[in-house]
Design a protein around this ligand. Structure first.
Ligand code: SAM
Length: 193
């Protein structure tokens, strides 16, 4: 077993990093891609370093949602809209001037209308983890991903017994528009049919 794998077994944070690395290993470099739910840009940084995308769209409203107190952006970490504005400003400063990055400050379903069909090589879904929102992201972005491209996402087993992400993903796969390709810990990969 590699040193990284042995360490990842013992340390949950490392296990997540390793799973994300393996997930990104499925994707081509120099791709046209998007991240839905960007937060403070930890995954963004990794994608830029590891995959060197040709065009990377960052989609997040950076809106405080006090009616969702269990979410980072609803009170679990953020304490109000000022906190979210500060995150957005930091993202804008770090990534906004890069020639291959476009920032879309809006909810994912609204932003979807800005993209042509068959535009993306891959999309990573990590925004609102409710069943309805994950299903809506899959429904809206599947046509925007090329056939053979990837619908990727995080937190497959999030949400306690109700497993909203898993239920939405499995329901979408059952519709026949994508096949379940891989899972690495909480990371999932669907291949667009
Ligand atoms: C779990 S964090 C994303 C973490 C990030 N992908 C990373 O790995 O570093 C969830 C993010 O989703 C965003 N979000 C919530 N609702 C959204 C929506 N409807 N569309 C897009 N992003 C949304 C939140 O503002 C928050 O920044």
């Amino acid at each position: 077993m590699s040193l990284m794998k042995a360490a990842a077994r013992r340390i949950p944070g490392l296990r997540r990093l390793d799973a994300r690395g393996r997930l990104l290993g499925l994707t081509p470099s120099n791709a046209v891609c998007a991240e839905i739910g960007v937060w403070k840009g930890a995954f963004t940084e990794r994608v830029l370093r590891q995959r060197k995308p040709a065009s990377y769209h960052l989609i997040d409203p950076w809106a405080f949602q006090g009616d969702m107190p269990d979410r980072w952006y609803g009170g679990a970490i953020a304490d109000g809209q000022g906190y979210m504005d500060a995150i957005h400003d930091d993202i804008q400063q770090r990534f906004g001037t890069l020639p291959n990055v476009t920032i879309h400050r809006s909810p994912s379903v609204e932003a979807a209308a800005e993209f042509d069909d068959d535009y993306f090589d891959w999309v990573y879904i990590d925004g609102d983890h409710s069943y309805e929102a994950v299903l809506a992201d899959l429904e809206c972005y599947a046509p925007k991903v090329k056939s053979g491209g990837w619908l990727l996402g995080d937190d497959f087993l999030w949400g306690g017994d109700s497993l909203p992400v898993k239920r939405a993903v499995e329901e979408f796969v059952a519709s026949g528009r994508a096949e379940f390709a891989q899972r690495f810990d909480q990371q999932f990969a669907l291949r667009r049919l």
